[in-house]
Design a protein around this ligand. Structure first.
Ligand code: IMP
Length: 192
């Protein structure tokens, strides 16, 4: 029988991606699938802290083995901001977030940045963290229509196009999330 594990998200795209990589060994359940409709607090000031908060919440309230992710953009010249505050950087949506970031970087020539994901896994008595990072730089203007969040202003190392221009096939191979998920999948397959 397939082992059930919860991915503490309702993002269908993320769920499908992980379920496909895990193959037959696990049945991956969303928050909605286990009847968890409340907003899980994300009050920590690190990615690892927030990922662990979400995973613990599910384990404690619903009893399932679980993994949870938290990610964001860290800009070198801004001391790692917006970091854990990436989604709420401007108080508006993605367009406003990018506008604020470009504004804060207007006079800056050092444009290095990275996307980072942490996944926290709670399975049986074990807890583990996995990290994925993709380095790159912040452009001077938005380019491309694909992706989400800060994709139109981030060019990954080794490429001349933004994540939004590169498209999901390339992005899903080289992204921070893909790198963290690869490690999660290796660990889960070893446990099964
Ligand atoms: P989450 O933890 O994956 O939901 O990411 C939090 C926020 O970080 C998102 O709302 C985006 O603003 C930003 N972010 C995370 N991953 C990406 C990405 O792959 N592309 C663009 N923005 C991202």
């Amino acid at each position: 029988m397939k082992q059930k594990i919860v991915f503490a998200t309702n993002n269908a795209h993320k769920l499908e991606e992980v379920a496909a990589m895990l193959g037959d060994a696990y049945e991956v359940l969303s928050l909605r699938a286990i009847g968890c409709n409340e907003d899980i607090p994300e009050t920590a000031d690190t990615f690892a802290g927030n990922a662990m908060l979400k995973a613990r919440y599910v384990k404690e309230h619903y009893g399932y083995d679980c993994f949870a992710d938290d990610s964001g953009l860290e800009v070198d010249a801004l001391g790692g901001a917006p970091g854990v505050y990436s989604a709420r950087y401007s108080g508006g949506g993605s367009e406003e977030n990018m506008a604020k970031l470009l504004q804060n970087m207007a006079e800056e020539n050092e444009r290095g940045a990275q996307f980072r994901t942490i996944i926290a896994l709670l399975i049986g008595e074990d807890s583990q963290l996995f990290e994925g990072i993709v380095r790159g730089h912040i452009t001077r203007e938005r380019k491309g229509e694909g992706g989400f969040g800060y994709d139109p202003i981030f060019v990954p190392e080794g490429y001349d196009l933004t994540f939004a221009e590169l498209g999901s096939e390339v992005k899903n191979r080289i992204s921070h999330r893909a790198k963290a998920v690869e490690q999660l999948v290796v660990a889960l397959k070893q446990k099964n």
